[in-house]
Design a protein around this ligand. Structure first.
Ligand code: MN
Length: 201
C-alpha cells in the first residue's frame, strides 16, 4: 500500500513581489503564508482528529467534520491551482490550442474575457471563477465556485482559477473586486493554462 501523506503547502512558483503592481508583495505573502497555509493545516488537523477517533473507536460529528474537511481541502486544491495560473510574464492573449479552443467556443477572446470577468465579479460572497474542461463535450465551461466547494462539476478538469475571496485583494484594492479582477488579466499565465488543456484534451 502507498504511504499515507499529509497535505503540504506548495511554494509559490515566483517571488512574492513578482506580480506587482497587480498584486503586492504584502498581499501575496499574507494570502499564501497565512490563508493558504490555514487550509493545509486545517485539513491535516481534521484528518488527525479522524485518525484518533478511528484508532480509539470513538465517535466524531461526521456531518460537520466532512463539511469542514471539504472546505479545507477545496481551499488547498484551488489555491494550489491559482498560484501557477499567474506569472510575472503573463497577460496578453492566449495562443496555441487554448487560444483556438476559446475562440471556437466564445467567438473571440474578448468575449471569453468579458464572460469570465462577469462570472468572477458576480460570485456570491466568497469564491472563485474557474475555467474548466467539460467531460464528454470537450468544451470550455466557466464555473462560479462558491466558497471552496459549491457548484463544482464533478470530474471537470480545472484549467485556471481566480480567487475572489476578499482575502485575495483587500490590502491592494480594499473592497473593489472589479479592479482586482481587471489586474488579474495582466498576470494570467496562458502558457500554463494551455499546457493543462493540451494534457487533458
Ligand atoms: Mn485565497
Amino acid at each position: 500500500m502507498a504511504e499515507v501523506k499529509s497535505f503540504v503547502l506548495p511554494e509559490l512558483p515566483y517571488a512574492y513581489g513578482a506580480l506587482k503592481p497587480y498584486m503586492s508583495e504584502e498581499q501575496l505573502k499574507i494570502h499564501h503564508d497565512k490563508h493558504h497555509a490555514a487550509y493545509v493545516n486545517g485539513a491535516n488537523n481534521i484528518l488527525a482528529k479522524m485518525d484518533k477517533a478511528r484508532a480509539e473507536n470513538t465517535d466524531f460529528d461526521v456531518k460537520s467534520t466532512l463539511k469542514e474537511l471539504s472546505w479545507n481541502i477545496g481551499g488547498h486544491a484551488l489555491h494550489s491551482l491559482f498560484w501557477p495560473s499567474m506569472s510575472a510574464k503573463g497577460g496578453g492573449v492566449p495562443g496555441g490550442q487554448l487560444g483556438d479552443w476559446l475562440v471556437k467556443e466564445f467567438g473571440s477572446f474578448e468575449r471569453f474575457k468579458k464572460e469570465f470577468t462577469t462570472a468572477a465579479n458576480s460570485v456570491e460572497g466568497s469564491g472563485w471563477a474557474a475555467l474548466t474542461l467539460g467531460s464528454q463535450t470537450t468544451r470550455p465551461y466557466i464555473m462560479q465556485v462558491e466558497k471552496h466547494n459549491m457548484n463544482v462539476y464533478p470530474a471537470y478538469t480545472v484549467l485556471m482559477v481566480l480567487d475572489v475571496f476578499e482575502h485575495a485583494y483587500y490590502i491592494d484594492y480594499k473592497n473593489d473586486r472589479g479592479k482586482f479582477v481587471e489586474g488579474f488579466w495582466n498576470v494570467v499565465n496562458w502558457d500554463e493554462v494551455n499546457k493543462r488543456l493540451t494534457a487533458h484534451l
